[in-house]
Design a protein around this ligand. Structure first.
Ligand code: ARG
Length: 498
């Protein structure tokens, strides 16, 4: 339809190669919303009369009512398909006016942004749900003592709540990032034209307001060719996915027979075609692989953008698939991880056994020596290290239990330390995992009292975010209602003056 200077049609295979029509259905609704705002503005600046306005709007509504009737075959994209459909239905004299003062270049990026705004809000809701659940599960697992791992080796004792709170904290930062991104997405490119604006007295601020944008992207080159909001969004999505993937990795390891700390509900596991006993955590494994794909999408978009000359180039079209794929992936991943965590069985006794059988109290013992005997930490580290080595040499089952008075005395003498062996033994025996975490003083440590305060603080924060996102959602819902109301207002006037 656009080929005015061309004498020939686009080569068929080339058309398929360059058409985005297959994925554009995702923006059909947004494209029509954008067109409605545009024609309201054209009417208000007297480029369309009331009859033309109403005819175009009715044509657009018909497409929305029966989207399956829109012919997609043979078009480069949804914009061309919609305009061709309109012209087919209402004739070129009126239908041919919809693209007055507009190019696909400002149109597509506006569509992408209006959709991105909705997607962003829905991702924030998913995040809030998951974080709420993590807080609830944290509260339930303040007493689930378990070893904390560094290098996947037992490090210090903690509780399951501590891991769950760590994911909450990280995901809360993602919520913050998305809120901050919202402002940058919510700037209207519409009215920028192909690259350099228009001779017509377009009112860019009016369409921006109608579509619920906070402002306009001022420079018309920037408006039509920049996609940094996509990089930001994809990077935020990657950050969320990386957190989910690391959580998935923990859950996979802890659900193995060797650990047995948790059990994943059957609804979220697969089996083997060969080994009937298998209960495999495939969905969690795929959270890991999808994270790779999402990072790949961010990389693809950055590479597409990095060497584009200013102004629209068709390369930009290929950013859409990566962008929308990542949005779909993160939304589904958030829902699945939420389901898995909600139905997780926690084997508190297995975790406690692991902690009780661990030398993860070693750091606490060293610190206790620093506190009680004022020894330098390095000296305490050397002493506890020697005690651990000796206890392991004794091949004992319970950590430190085998150490006799004379074992400790010998080590103290070798290190030229004047502490009484009985006191050292007392510190060691007294340092149970429960006691160790109950006595942790540092902010953010797995001391259940401190954790409970954190949980309460995050709940308030979440309620706050929930209200904020709810009000953003309301503003967007108002956009649709308002556009309908404005259209009806104009139409009623139109009828009376016809
Ligand atoms: N389908 C195109 C896209 O998705 C729309 C813009 C095409 N503009 C152009 N000048 N060829 O980016």
């Amino acid at each position: 339809m656009y080929r005015s200077r061309h004498k020939e049609d686009l080569d068929r295979r080339t058309l398929n190669f360059l058409s985005s029509i297959e994925i554009d259905d995702k923006i059909l609704f947004y494209d029509i919303l954008c067109s409605k705002a545009h024609v309201i503005m054209l009417y208000k600046i007297h480029i369309l009369n009331k009859f033309e306005f109403a005819t175009i709007v009715n044509g657009l509504d018909q497409i929305l009512r029966n989207p399956e009737r829109l012919v997609r075959e043979g078009f480069e994209d949804i914009h061309e398909a919609v305009e061709a459909h309109l012209i087919g239905k209402i004739g070129v004299d009126i239908g041919g006016k919809i693209q007055t003062g507009r190019s696909r270049n400002d149109q597509i990026v506006t569509d992408i942004k209006i959709k991105a705004r909705d997607d962003l809000i829905s991702i924030i809701f998913h995040l809030i749900n998951l974080i709420r659940l993590l807080l609830e599960k944290s509260e339930e697992n303040l007493d689930s003592i378990m070893p904390l791992y560094t290098h996947l080796q037992q490090a210090q004792n903690g509780n399951l709540a501590h891991y769950l709170l760590s994911y909450s904290e990280s995901l809360l930062r993602d919520v913050e990032r998305l809120f901050s991104l919202y402002k940058r997405i919510n700037q209207s490119p519409l009215g920028a034209g192909p690259i350099g604006g228009s001779l017509l007295p377009l009112d860019r601020k009016m369409t921006a307001k109608l579509l619920g944008f906070e402002n306009i992207v001022s420079n018309t080159i920037d408006a039509t060719s920049s996609r940094d909001f996509m990089i930001e969004f994809l990077s935020d999505i990657s950050s969320i996915m990386i957190t989910l993937s690391r959580c998935a990795e923990d859950l996979i390891i802890w659900s193995s027979e060797e650990f047995g700390f948790i059990e994943i509900d059957e609804k979220f596991t697969s089996t083997s075609s060969a080994m009937p006993q298998k209960k495999n955590p495939d969905p969690l494994e795929m959270i890991r692989s999808k994270t790779a794909l999402v990072i790949g999408n961010l990389t693809s978009v950055m590479i597409i953008l990095k060497a584009l000359p200013s102004g629209y180039s068709r390369d930009l079209q290929d950013t859409k698939l990566s962008f929308w794929n990542s949005i779909d992936t993160v939304s589904l991943s958030l829902e699945i991880v939420t389901g898995i965590i909600a139905s997780l069985v926690v084997n508190k006794d297995v975790m406690a056994t692991a902690s009780n059988a661990s030398y993860a109290t070693a750091f606490d013992v060293a610190e206790e020596l620093v506190i009680r005997h004022k020894v330098p930490f390095r000296t305490a580290h050397k002493l506890v290290g020697a005690l651990v080595a000796k206890a392991i040499q004794n091949k004992e089952e319970v950590p430190f239990k085998s150490l006799s008075n004379s074992d400790v005395k010998l080590i103290l003498e070798k290190m030229k330390l004047s502490m009484p062996p009985a006191k050292v033994i007392h510190i060691i025996k007294d340092m149970t995992p429960q006691k160790s975490i109950a006595n942790r003083r540092s902010e953010g440590s797995p001391n259940p009292r401190k954790q409970m305060k954190t949980i309460k603080k995050y709940r308030i924060l979440l309620d706050n975010y929930h209200n904020q996102v709810q009000s953003k959602k309301k503003n967007i819902e108002y956009v649709q209602e308002n556009i309908i109301a404005v259209i009806n207002q104009i139409k009623t006037k139109a009828n009376s003056s016809l």
